[in-house]
Design a protein around this ligand. Structure first.
Ligand code: PFF
Length: 487
């Protein structure tokens, strides 16, 4: 088929996994409406809770500036190389993850399968956080801002509270509805307006935060690296965050690349997505870390308090201090975060759906049903980690991490995908590209449409630095948590 524009309908006709002109003798696949169509769609998928919710709390937890530095270095070297590899692999084969790996080597199909498991782990807990955001958005309409800013509001909401299931289910049903009705494109268009609004508002909050007493220390903490806080865990944390935020090591960029036309500049697009995604994450840190300093009173307190609740506990104090405008701004802010989370969750769910459709040769509607039920059930299970299953702490009991009951099922799912599976998928992808298909295959693919300025960096990263770094960090981390070595 040869439609010029990527639409859900086109996708319906050519389910993910149908080859296009990437391989000789097979029909053409639908493609994005130009380079910017790809950039905007990939950015809408990439910018989400990872940037706004996850990045700031990790930066706070791992000592601020040093995390930021490691993160940026990783994005421009390893992230760049892996995103080039994934998108080019997709464009070359015209397939999504499983098909793409097996098109080049049957034996390596399992990497595509491993990558495809990741969205099924992330989506359920992503929707839980989406539910929290929805709750905050609604609360600014029905609850006084001072009450939302109260320290107990967040824990009162998430712990042992049937309401959390309601918000999770509502959030997921909205996602399912958008995907089932095929109106994703419309949502993406809305997002193109809302995303700049979110950026403007985040800048406003960041600037205002600087006027709070103690906030300047927070800026210093965020920007000035303290090398004594460097650790293997920090690097692994930054790496997992990079995969999560750029939607790497989970097959998604392979699928996005498979819709990318052979005429457009792949490297330029990849750079744009990286700059945009990282810029928003850094901005989110500016919005949350200085306020955390003002509220919690210092670096040590911020580092120990930083966790999934940071954004929800901290930002309401800003809105509360704004007087009559507070509730309106609070509502607006969480509404914008809600949309960013929604577009990302839609793209996650689309991915799950197409994996089911391709893997079991099912019709799209049936695949939506199966993926939808699966994610709902797992989401409810993970949410029970804050409820009847609060006693379950697999991070501690299985891996000996932290102290008993310091983490919940949500943390465990996050850990499984970001700290275990994604680094493994990334490592295998590097070995596959570096030594099985060879970097030249990717370089040739990139050069079909443009120069490849980062060619040398790409080869060195994919063949040597990234796999060695990944292997060393993974092994060091496992030995460290097992208590064999101390780093
Ligand atoms: N990159 C998204 C975020 O940072 O929130 C998460 C995500 C969205 C991952 C969509 C994968 C995906 F397909």
């Amino acid at each position: 088929m040869s439609t010029d524009h990527y639409t859900p309908e086109a996708q319906e006709e050519a389910p993910l996994g149908v080859p296009h002109d990437g391989l000789p003798g097979v029909p053409k696949r639908s493609s994005w409406s130009g380079k910017w169509g790809f950039i905007l769609a990939a950015a809408a998928s990439a910018v989400g809770l990872g940037n706004l919710w996850r990045f700031p709390y990790l930066a706070a937890k791992y000592g601020g500036g040093i995390f930021l530095l490691v993160y940026i270095v990783l994005v421009v070297t390893f992230g760049f190389s892996l995103m080039m590899a994934e998108t080019a692999l997709g464009r070359k084969t015209g397939q999504s993850a499983i098909g793409a790996f097996s098109a080049l080597s049957k034996k390596w199909k399992f990497v595509g399968i491993l990558a495809s498991i990741v969205p099924f782990i992330i989506t359920p807990y992503y929707a839980i956080i989406g539910g929290w955001v929805t709750k905050y958005m609604v609360s600014y309409i029905v609850t006084p801002a001072a009450e939302i800013a109260d320290g107990g509001f967040f824990t009162g909401f998430i712990l042992m509270n049937p309401e959390t299931y309601l918000y999770l289910i509502v959030f997921l049903l909205i996602v399912y509805l958008v995907v089932a009705l095929g109106v994703n494109k419309g949502i993406e268009n809305v997002n193109k307006v809302l995303m700049p609004a979110l950026i403007i508002m985040s800048i406003g909050i960041s600037v205002y935060a600087l006027t709070l007493p103690g906030a300047i220390d927070g800026v210093a903490f965020y920007l000035i690296p303290d090398f004594s806080k460097f650790s293997a865990e920090l690097v692994l944390g930054a790496m997992g965050q990079m995969f999560y935020s750029l939607s790497l090591a989970m097959g998604i960029m392979i699928t996005y690349g498979s819709y990318f036309s052979k005429e457009h500049d792949l490297e330029h697009s990849v750079r744009r997505i990286e700059v945009f995604d990282t810029g928003i994450a850094i901005l989110a840190g500016f919005m949350i870390i200085p306020v955390s300093f003002a509220v919690l009173g210092g670096g040590e307190a911020v580092m120990t308090h930083a966790g999934p609740g940071l954004m929800f506990g901290i930002l309401p104090t800003v809105f509360d201090s704004l007087g009559a405008a507070g509730p309106i701004l609070g509502f607006l802010f969480f509404a914008l975060v809600f949309f960013a989370a929604l577009t990302s969750c839609i793209s996650l769910f689309e991915t799950c759906t197409s994996i089911v459709a391709d893997g079991f040769h099912l019709r799209r509607k049936f695949s939506i049903l199966i993926a939808g039920v699966f994610i709902m059930v797992v989401g409810i299970f993970v949410n029970m980690g804050y409820d009847n299953l609060l006693w379950m702490d697999p991070m501690y009991t299985l891996f000996g991490i932290g102290e008993y009951q310091n983490s919940q099922l949500l943390d465990f799912f996050d850990f499984l995908s970001n700290t275990i599976l994604m680094p493994i998928v990334a490592l295998l992808t590097c070995i596959f590209i570096g030594y099985v298909v060879k970097p030249k295959a990717i370089i040739d693919e990139v050069k079909i449409s443009s120069k490849f300025n980062g060619e040398k960096l790409f080869v060195v990263m994919i063949k040597y630095i990234a796999p060695v770094l990944l292997a060393v960090i993974l092994v060091a981390y496992v030995l460290n948590t097992a208590g064999v070595i101390a780093i």
